[in-house]
Design a protein around this ligand. Structure first.
Ligand code: GLP
Length: 242
């Protein structure tokens, strides 16, 4: 595990974007696993900036996102599909048919999850997986549990996650979908590189628990301690307890 200390959110975003750029430059046809949430927004903005300057080319890149709310159509402004379009895909030259997000509009959970695992399998796995971390230690939408789920599956979101994410739904927890489709912890662990971004005081306690506490499915991110190529980029606040 490598820990990179950034001064602030801007610095964190540049450092994380640098690692992703290196991946794209070294392997132009790489598979990038991407994440949503507030943490990676600055990283995406930095990548767009470098793309606009002509320093990056996404024409051969394929992407697979971690998760999607079950029941939200792609057009919903809080779907993760929409988030990715607005924060990255619309601004760079990634091919529209090379971007993948679980199909939240498919009510058949088993079929939606199986199809997503097949996509990842057919791509030959993920070269670099970007992650945020939830306040309860979730990665993607893998919530605290009694085991580490392997493949894509449907989850019931915890109260803590619904509370944390209601800010995107006008502060109304009732509007937050109660389930999601998420890539499994097994798939994340199989990514050849994993990069986590964490910022702000709110993440300090969970960062300490996840990376300096026991490896347990009660803190899903803790398993990353066992990943052979895991990098955490955090700002001073998020890393203040370690
Ligand atoms: C959501 C996403 C996660 C993300 C987490 C943290 O629950 N499913 O992938 O890591 O939020 O979000 P934030 O970065 O906004 O704290």
């Amino acid at each position: 595990m490598k820990i990179i200390r950034a001064k602030d959110y801007n610095d964190l975003s540049r450092k994380a974007a640098n690692i992703i750029s290196a991946q794209v430059i070294l392997k132009p046809n790489c598979v990038l696993g991407l994440a949503t949430g507030g943490s990676p927004v600055g990283t995406y903005a930095q990548l767009v900036d470098w793309y606009n300057k002509g320093d990056l080319d996404f024409s051969e890149v394929t992407t697979v996102n971690l998760d999607e709310y079950r029941g939200l159509p792609r057009t919903h402004d809080q779907s993760y599909w929409y988030f990715m379009q607005k924060n990255l895909f619309e601004h760079v030259n990634v091919r529209p048919d090379a971007v993948h997000v679980p199909d939240g509009s498919n009510p058949d959970a088993e079929a939606a999850c199986k199809a997503y695992d097949q996509i990842i399998h057919d791509l030959g796995g993920i070269d670099l997986q970007l992650l945020g971390i939830g306040p309860d230690g979730h990665i993607g939408f893998n919530e605290p549990a009694d085991h580490f789920p392997l493949g894509t599956h449907c989850v019931d979101l915890t109260e803590s996650t619904i509370e944390a994410n209601k800010r995107f739904f006008g502060g109304n927890a009732d509007l937050v979908p109660k389930q999601a489709y998420t890539m499994g912890v097994g798939t994340i662990m199989q990514a050849r590189k994993v990069l986590m971004v964490a910022n702000g005081k709110g993440k300090a306690e969970i960062i300490k628990q996840a990376f300096f506490g026991p490896v347990t499915p009660e803190v899903p991110a803790s398993i990353l301690q066992m990943h052979p190529d895991f990098t955490l980029v955090g700002d001073e606040e998020a890393l203040s307890l370690i």
